[in-house]
Design a protein around this ligand. Sequence first.
Ligand SMILES: [Zn+2]
Length: 315
Amino acid sequence: MFKNILDAIAELFASIFGRKSKPAPKPTVKPTPAPIENIPEDGSEIKPDTIVLIANELDHVDVKPNAPDVEFEHDIFDQPETPVTPETPVVEPPVVEPPVVVEPPHTETPKPKGRFMWCLDNGHGKKTPGKRSPIFDDGATQLFEYEFNRDIVRRIKEQLDKKGVKYFITVPEVDIDDFLEGRVNRANALQSDLPKIFVSIHSNAAPAATANSWAADSISGIETWFFHGSQRGQKLASIFQQHLVDNTGFKNRHLKSKPEGQFYVIRKTKMTAILTENGFYNNKKEAAELNKDAVRQKIADAHVAAILEVEENGL
Ligand SMILES: [Zn+2]
């Protein structure tokens, strides 16, 4: 990516000032799109001097049901599910009606099955640079983050199909390049009668000496990111984090958010959005775990349990 940008700048200068020396071969790559600012894609790209706030998933978050989080464009749960009763006094209260029980008041119109539209984002594509573990001792095995993310989403999808929960997979294609903007645009453009929720699924990387060396054993575990200041985001993250830690037994790295430079998919999605970082693929021990079928199933099950909890209780 960085090299592409440098190449694009070099091209630009060459086109303005003319080429001095050897002409560069015609670029075979597509023209570099306007840089998507300098927004990191996931937890592995956070620079050491970045301010990261950590919240405990057990903290109480007071989400007012009808209060719009106006400052956050992605929180679109602004409208109450049923129209607010007008302030005008009721003329004659009906006498014969028995008192309504605890049922929610939206029973007249047939509701589609499911409460939310879950936009499942299998972060990164096959061609995304980096995002892979060092090679294991067998000289062959390597964990590719895109493959892991996709596999988790596939396992989630299987269960949501059975439960009748609505979902949308942002990037079903495998052979696709860096598609950061596209995955967000697809989720934003999706027409849905149900409120949308965005869940981006990742595995993490810790700082290491080189791309081909393992990071320290001490850095491990699961964390969930939300849009800084979004109460719904924090509540959603908290539900996912609790299920993930309980189900896997992985170290709890709690909830995280950044006041500035938040992840692109969290910032640009016009809906409540979280990003789960499920273990570290460059922690040798943890990567071995993440390659196990049973562990992947636990991670997927935890996502499903969180989704079902939100489907049941709302957000
Ligand atoms: Zn990632």
